[in-house]
Design a protein around this ligand. Structure first.
Ligand code: HEC
Ligand code: HEC
Length: 137
């Protein structure tokens, strides 16, 4: 089971990194140190891969890093990436799990034109924080 989830996370990441558009210069040096607070992504992820995923988050939602990451508390400039103080970060973890489950349950071996395709953040968000929804009255 664990192995399976790992595989799914990994395949999602592969797709996200393929989708990742050239990174915006923002917060470039943020991940020179190893991540210490990953709860959904695999702990042995490389910094390059993590950065590609984060760039894809920015791109998919049309936001910058500070949308999900809290400012540093020590008075320094910039963001505290390991901190969970910004609730949007937990929302993004929830979304990451949901996206993994959608792929596992509905798109596991999905192929079109010989390409193995998966749902990503951009499938729904398409550059927006709020995808189109429908109100139930
Ligand atoms: C949509 C929300 C979102 C955006 C935007 C975002 N991140 Fe993240 N980031 C997360 C989440 C969620 C995690 C934790 C993933 C987990 O728990 O597996 C994370 C983790 C990280 C970590 C690892 C921190 C640690 O020590 O555990 C770094 C570094 C990071 N992000 C950098 C960035 C950078 C740089 C940007 C902008 C290019 C960015 N993030 C944009 C949601 C976001
Ligand atoms: C199946 C469609 C779908 C996918 C895939 C998806 N999201 Fe979402 N996401 C939503 C919807 C719908 C909302 C609620 C938007 C609203 O309330 O207007 C949402 C809300 C969010 C929010 C909270 C936004 C806010 O401020 O209210 C974050 C952060 C987020 N998504 C990040 C992600 C990330 C990161 C991914 C990829 C790992 C992702 N989402 C994948 C549909 C999706």
């Amino acid at each position: 089971m664990k192995k399976r989830i790992f595989y799914l996370a990994f395949s999602l990441l592969t797709v996200i990194s393929i989708n990742a558009v050239v990174s915006t210069s923002q917060e470039k040096d943020a991940d020179e140190e190893k991540a210490t607070n990953l709860k959904v992504l695999p702990n042995d992820i490389s910094n390059d891969h993590l950065e590609a995923i984060m760039d894809a988050f920015n791109e998919s939602l049309g936001v910058k890093c500070g949308f999900c990451h809290a400012p540093r508390k020590d008075g320094g400039r910039g963001l505290d990436f390991a901190s969970d103080d910004n609730p949007k970060k937990e929302a993004a973890r929830f979304m990451l799990k949901m996206t993994n489950e959608i792929n596992e349950n509905y798109f596991k071996d999905y192929k079109r034109d010989g390409m193995h395709l998966q749902v990503s953040c951009a499938t729904c968000h398409n550059g927006q924080v709020h995808p189109k929804m429908r109100e139930i009255k």
